[in-house]
Design a protein around this ligand. Structure first.
Ligand code: CAA
Length: 382
């Protein structure tokens, strides 16, 4: 709700909306069709000062926190969910450095991400380690002043486009999650390759690849935080901070679909009247709008808690993710319904919202995992 946002928030919304309306909406269908990375949009985001919003000022960022990140992601996603995630993954990839990096690592790697000069991705998941992230198999073996990484990653969003990767590997599988370490990996490092590009239902302009490590030597100075065994905690702390961004993507998709549905219902005539004059449809729109606004407020609450440095943000962040993404799926599906047969056609923009929304219930922790996280925190009495 506008009243709860301050002048700085409004300014971010206005700039992101301008980029979305001028440079994203006109090309969204083409980016989807051709599965092309939105390089021209990323250049505009730099030009409009929208990169590095969440990165602290001392490391070259705007220092404007997760709420402003979410506001930007919502606006971009309102025009294209794929662009929303392409942008947001830079937060996901850089949060490990923000929460767990040494001062040296922060100063070395964050400024280029903040300026938008370098994109950064997050390589946690593997073929057999999705929800059970702690069971990852990628190995890191210490050899002199380096770690040698071997193994395969899956679901690396922005792979290929990104110059930097926060990658997770275990130095000691016997220690379970306590054996996991995070490494900052630069594109072009010998032994690190970008593999198969996934063919997806939605967010088609966002490249998702398999990534591979084969005897890939990473200097010890790029072990996150300079300490072994901290990687899983850093991965979880990162997901806590990044999940409101996915939730904001979902709110943007839902709001974008709702806007189109209202417009369609005003103009589409059946039985001699605009279909918006029918109460059955008005009630649908009212429910959709109520859900979108509640999801948005929950996202803002989670983002504000992170920005305030609250200790236990895990539950609220998981709640924002599960609620907003379930809402996005419901609202985009209802929007397609309101378009009727036209909603099913790829000539109209609405079906893309439904396709893009689906993944928000799955990635950055499925909604079943979010419910598990919420329940565990209740059981612990947090
Ligand atoms: N913050 C800090 N520490 C945390 C934490 C948190 N939120 N959650 C767990 N930990 C710590 C625990 O305290 C525990 O620490 P100790 O070893 O000191 O006791 C350790 O981590 C292990 O915790 P659990 O026993 O709870 O771990 P688990 O194996 O049961 O897994 C899980 C927990 C919540 C299911 C976790 O595996 C999870 O979040 N899974 C989903 C993974 C996920 O979200 N993947 C998304 C990948 S990114 C992606 O999708 C991006 C994209 O493409 C755009």
């Amino acid at each position: 709700m506008k009243g709860l946002l301050d002048a700085k928030n409004d300014d971010y919304v206005a700039r992101a909306r301008e980029v979305a309306e001028k440079y994203i909406r006109p090309v969204a269908a083409e980016l989807d069709e051709k599965e092309e990375y939105p390089w021209s949009v990323m250049a505009k985001l730099q030009e409009y000062g929208l990169t590095g919003v969440w990165i602290p000022k001392e490391y070259g960022g705007k220092g404007d926190g997760v709420l402003n990140l979410c506001l930007v992601v919502e606006e971009l996603s309102r025009a294209c969910g794929g662009v929303g995630v392409v942008f947001a993954v830079n937060a996901l990839g850089s949060f490990p450095i923000i929460v767990g990096g040494t001062e040296e690592q922060k100063h070395k790697f964050l400024p280029d991400v903040a300026s938008g000069k370098k994109l950064i991705a997050y390589a946690l998941s593997e073929k057999d380690a999705g929800s059970d992230a702690g069971s990852l198999k990628c190995r890191a073996v210490k050899e002199g002043d380096s770690y040698v990484l071997t193994g395969d990653k899956k679901w690396t969003t922005n792979a290929g486009a990104a110059s930097l990767y926060t990658a997770f590997a275990t130095t000691d599988p016997a220690r379970g999650t306590r054996g996991i370490c995070a490494f900052i990996v630069e594109k072009g490092t010998p032994g690190f390759t970008i593999g198969w590009k996934e063919k997806k239902m939605g967010i088609r302009c966002a490249p998702v690849h398999e990534t591979h490590f084969k005897d890939c030597r990473i200097p010890s100075s790029q072990l996150l935080g300079g300490q072994e065994g901290r990687g899983f905690k850093h991965a979880m702390m990162t997901l806590d901070r990044a999940r409101p961004g996915v939730a904001a993507q979902a709110v943007g998709l839902a709001q974008g679909a709702l806007d189109l549905a209202v417009d369609w219902a005003r103009n589409r005539k059946q039985f001699g009247e605009a279909i918006i004059s029918f109460q059955g449809l008005q009630f649908m729109l009212a429910d959709m709008a109520t859900k979108v606004e509640s999801a948005r407020q929950l996202v803002h609450a989670a983002a504000r808690a992170i920005d305030a440095g609250a200790e236990n943000v895990t539950r609220l962040c998981a709640m924002s993710k599960v609620y907003a993404t379930d809402v996005a799926m419901q609202v985009t599906t209802d929007a397609v319904q309101i378009f009727g047969g036209y909603g099913f056609l790829r000539d109209y923009p609405i079906e893309k919202y439904m396709r893009d929304a689906k993944i928000t219930q799955i990635y950055e922790g499925t909604n079943q995992i979010q419910r598990l996280v919420i329940a565990r925190s209740m059981i612990k009495g947090e």
